[in-house]
Ligand binder design. Sequence first.
Ligand code: SAM
Ligand code: ZN
Length: 265
Amino acid sequence: MTKLLCPVCKNELNKTERTFSCEKGHCFDMAKEGYVNLLTGSKAGALIGDNRDMARSRKNFLDKGYFKALADKLCEITIALKPETVLDICCGEGYYTQALSENCDTAVLGFDISKEMVRLAAKRKCNAEFFVANMADVPLADSSIDCAFHLFAPFCEKEFARIITHGGYLISVCPGADHLWGLKQALYETPYKNEEISPELDGFTLEKTVRAGDIITLESREDIDALFKMTPYYYHTSDRDKQKLDKLNTLKTQTDFYIRIYRRG
Ligand SMILES: C[S@@+](CC[C@H](N)C(=O)[O-])C[C@H]1O[C@@H](n2cnc3c(N)ncnc32)[C@H](O)[C@@H]1O
Ligand SMILES: [Zn+2]
C-alpha cells in the first residue's frame, strides 16, 4: 500500500471513510466527486494549472479516441512491467489514468495541480484514486512507487527520483518528430519537424524508447479547434495563420509519440 504523506507536516496520512488525516490532526476531506485536495494554501489549486474550458476541451477531444494508439501502448508496456502501483504524475483530466486502471492489474493513482482537471478525472468513476497535488512536492513517502508516468508535462526529476523505488520505472512521453504534421502543414507555409530531444535524468538510466502513433482524421471544426488548443502552436501562431484552420471541417494528420522508459538506479 502506497504511503500518502500529509502536505503540512509530512507525517503519514490515514484514511477513515471519506477523510485522510495525520497524527497531528491535519485533515483532508474527499470531495463529492471522490478526489482529495492535498494542496495547502488558501486557494488550494482553484486558480493554478489548466482552467475549466481547457480541461473540458481536452477531455472531450481525448474521449473521442484520437490518441488511443498511445493509451494502448502505455497499457501494453505496463502489463509487461507488472508494477504494484502506477502513479500518473500530472494526470490531467485522467484519460490515460483511466485506461491504465481499466486495462492493467495494478493500483493506479493520479495527481495533478489543477483542481478542475482532477475533478473531471474523478468523475470518470474508474478504479484510480485522484489527488490535487504538486509534482514539485509530491505527498508520497520516499521510494513508494515502482512505476510513474509523466505525459506532456513539466519535469521535476529530483522529486521523481525520491518517490520512485530503486529499480522502478519512470515512463515519460513527449511528441515525436512527426507529431501533428498534418496540422502544422495546414497552419504554416514552412512547417518544421519536432526536435528529437532525449533528456538525461539524474538518478535514471534510459532503457528504451518506444514510438507510438497513428493517422487520425478529425471530423469537425470543434475537434480541430480542441486539438489546436492542446498544442503550444495555439500560443505561438499569428492570427493570419490561425485563420487558415477556420476554412477546414476535417483534418487528416499523423500522431507520433516518443515513450521513454527510464529505470531508477
Ligand atoms: C498538457 S497537460 C497533460 C495532462 C495529461 N498528462 C495528458 O497527457 O492528458 C499538463 C498537465 O500538467 C499539470 N501540471 C502542471 N504543473 C504541475 C505541477 N507542478 N504539479 C502537478 N501537475 C502539474 C497541468 O495542470 C496539466 O493538467
Ligand atoms: Zn499533518
